[in-house]
Design a protein. Structure first.
Length: 348
């Protein structure tokens, strides 16, 4: 008889060391060690945890935030890179699956950043590398569009795991792309708060989206939201008490873990930094699938058809080399012909 995994997950309701990549990675490793010591087989960090979510765009006009962007670009994480290697080594040494939100940089451009989630297996391998498809509203001032290459559900010893970042969790097509790959455990990551105005409560949205995906996909969802310490708020406020008070009064996003019938598997963390633990039994998904199975009998794929392009959105593609220029030894004496000039007389 086929059975499915049972394991303990740890959701990090944690604050980065704001804009300090090295110290944030150090803190993340310490939190992972603590979670594994407490029996966790999987650890989930919030959106853009290394080294922070660019919340400054909701505090000041864009023209006043250039220095923050420069600092964030300088602190960006590359995949692969030393920070990813350190996390991978820890995952392998402690036999734990790690989901981490990062600000990702690229050698193609010193000013291009992505909002990225990476999933590292307990063998230290990079299982998935997902860049947020479309940055939301003010996030466009920081992050570039991602692509579909990371819309993968990966097979692990803990079940079939998928992940979406913040507002992607209210994109029904992105969610269905994961549901249709047999997702069993869903990771949803969020910032500490959302101060865009318009009367929208992201905190309430986190709950609604978590319940909706659990109910529709019949999966477990780990929703991990960032926490901001007073020190991080002081850095953002820059001595402006009105901004500091705005940050203090902002609605805090919750961290929660739900099961396939939208039942809470652990109490919600919101107003204090901490680690939320829950036991997950993937076998609990089976009965719920009998009621509504959107990747099975409950759908009509002869009527509805979703095509997903999972190619990478690279800035250039080079054609295969058909010939190769012969190597030229340069003679740099005064009498040597100028082989770089466009003038035909220069080489005579």
């Amino acid at each position: 008889m086929r059975t499915y995994p049972k394991f303990k997950v740890a959701a990090m309701h944690a604050s980065p060391v704001f804009l300090d990549t090295a110290k944030t990675v150090e803190k993340a490793c310490a939190l992972i060690e603590e979670a594994v010591d407490n029996g966790a087989n999987m650890v989930v960090f919030p959106e853009a945890f290394i080294p922070c979510f660019p919340i400054w765009h909701s505090l000041r006009a864009p023209g006043l935030n250039h220095d923050y962007f420069r600092r964030l670009a300088a602190a960006a994480v590359h995949v692969p890179g030393p920070e990813i290697r350190r996390l991978a080594e820890l995952a392998k040494r402690r036999d734990v699956v790690i989901s981490m939100g990062i600000n990702e940089g690229t050698t193609a451009s010193i000013g291009c950043l992505w909002n990225t989630n990476i999933l590292i297996g307990n063998d230290g391998r990079l299982l998935n590398h997902h860049r947020k498809i479309v940055p939301t509203y003010m996030e466009k001032l920081t992050w570039a569009n991602g692509d579909g290459a990371g819309l993968h559900v990966v097979e692990t010893s803990l079940g079939r795991i998928g992940a979406l970042i913040c507002a992607e969790n209210c994109n029904p097509l992105a969610r269905h792309a994961l549901i249709a790959q047999g997702e069993q455990v869903h990771i949803a990551t969020y910032p500490s708060s959302w101060m865009s105005g318009g009367g929208m409560s992201l905190a309430e949205g986190v709950r609604i989206r978590t319940e909706a995906h659990c109910t529709e996909a019949k999966v477990f969802t780990i929703a991990a939201s960032m926490y901001l310490t007073g020190k991080a708020k002081d850095i953002l406020a820059e001595g402006d008490m009105q901004i500091r008070e705005k940050l203090e009064a902002s609605e805090r996003n919750p961290t929660m873990i739900m099961g396939p019938s939208a039942e809470l598997k652990a109490s919600v963390l919101r107003d204090e930094e901490g680690i939320l633990y829950a036991d997950i039994d993937v076998n609990d998904c089976i009965l719920q699938k009998q009621f509504h199975d959107l990747s099975g009998y409950m759908n009509r794929f002869d009527i509805f058809n979703l095509t997903v392009d999972r190619s990478t959105n690279d800035p250039v593609t080079f054609a295969p080399v058909r010939g190769r220029r012969e190597h030229v030894d340069l003679d740099l004496t005064e009498d040597a012909p100028n082989i770089w000039s466009r003038s035909p007389q220069a080489a005579e």
